[in-house]
Design a protein around this ligand. Sequence first.
Ligand SMILES: [Fe+2]
Length: 561
Amino acid sequence: MTQSSSRRTFLRNFSVGTVAVSTLPLTGCGSGGAHYQDVSYAHGVASGDPLADRVILWTRITIAKGDDVDVGWMIAEDDTFARPVASGVVKTGAASDYTVKVDATGLAPNRRYYYRFQCQGTQSPIGRTKTLPTGTVAQAKFAVFSCSNYPAGYFNVYAEAAKLDDVDAALHLGDYIYEYAADGYASANAAAMSRTSQPANEILTLSDYRRRYQQYRSDPDLQAVHARLPFIAVWDDHELANDTWREGAENHNPATEGLFLARKQMAIQAYNEWMPIRLPDAAKPERIYRSFDFGNLLSLHMLDTRVIGRDKQFAYGSYVNADKTFNTAGFTADMAAPARQLMGTEQTAWLQGQLSKSTATWQLLGQQVLMARMNLPSPMVLGTTGYAAYFALAAKVQANLPLTEAEQQLLAAPAVPYNLDAWDGYQAARETVLTMAKTLNKNLVVLAGDTHNAWASDLADINGQAVGVEFGVPSVTSPGFEEYFPKEDPNVVAKGLEQLIGPLQYAETAARGYVVLTVTPTESRAEYRYVSTVKSKTYTASTGKVLKMLPGAANRKLVAV
Ligand SMILES: [Fe+2]
């Protein structure tokens, strides 16, 4: 479509329906229409944070840089825009990296809508979105993602999700981008796939973070899923830097990379520019925790366990004694320290309030790190014994075969959490949340990303009382355990972990994928969906394990389907 004919079509569409003539986005043509510049929408369109009456619409204008430009937007009940319901004009420019965010209001609940933009006579692609339902709700369905690393592979997972027709929203649990340099983490095959990170350096400045989002959002599969589904997203660490906490990160060196707080502020600015998120408090761009109500069916609470309130992670290295034994007592005491925070006191109090006031059947927590207990024998965690060797020993015990003294010592070693960056490293904070859900008698379903592997676990409080379940979603592309244990058979690893870790009911540690979560009044069901590879655009898709939880105090555990 030429610019002039697309402009005519847009104006025609804006001249029908309820839109007042005075609000027509004619000024979306910048300098009064006298001089059009070439405009394109190289990063697609997106929507996000749907509520019952509003949704965030997003695009970015690609234009020869200069003055600010006006951008017209329209949302309609149909994809021909014959029935528009809202429209307007907003300005964008270099100050927001030419991103456009509109909170389109006055919408009806539980409805599909279509939206598009126009600037300098050129129309954007059309996006599709959906508002939240109210009242009695029969079903809500989500595609749940985490850990989408561009240089690690093709976004085949996003391509699969974009084909789904009956999903209400996509949930992204973070690691939407990664901060590493082009020769950094998970980039060994990037050049062969034409997915070398841009900029080539580790991203540190506002323009670096923006450039990285530009690259990710240039991906056609990511654009497709954004154009198809509203996203409800939270960040994890890599939107800032690896293993971020409140005041620092493992992958941030203040001596050479400057003040962490300055980097954090720039990373957050770019996130808010590029993600279709609605800030709960515009004066506090670092606050992303917020809730979404799907009528009486479910309340979804998106949390920040990463940045806003997290104390620094503990490291195993500081608990290894001089004689190479493990300081179990010191470690256990530190892990259980009552004041230790993962969400921070303010967010924890907020969550308590949200859970208390919601009367919905289900309470979903959309968050970053694994909440379930993931204790493994310390020789495996500390790397002194391989996974396969330990599983072989466990098999020997099961078969009642005689053990050597060394084998007996190995068996006697304590079990410790495998990941101190997860809730396992913040045990009092975890107990606070579990106790909250239990005391309030809620049906708790926790969603987690971050690990790159698929997990499903029962959640119990410290007394072993069932509280709910956790679905840990596999990564879109980031490598899983198979990269760290290249010599181990992934099936042996997964099956062995399921046996060794009590609460763990399902593990898959070598496949990339996502979870389709379907919530009805009678069950919360997670389907683990996988792609055969992310190293080629040619792949097959499959559904793996399916697990569910039923509502009710007696049912708060996983059931295999
Ligand atoms: Fe990740």
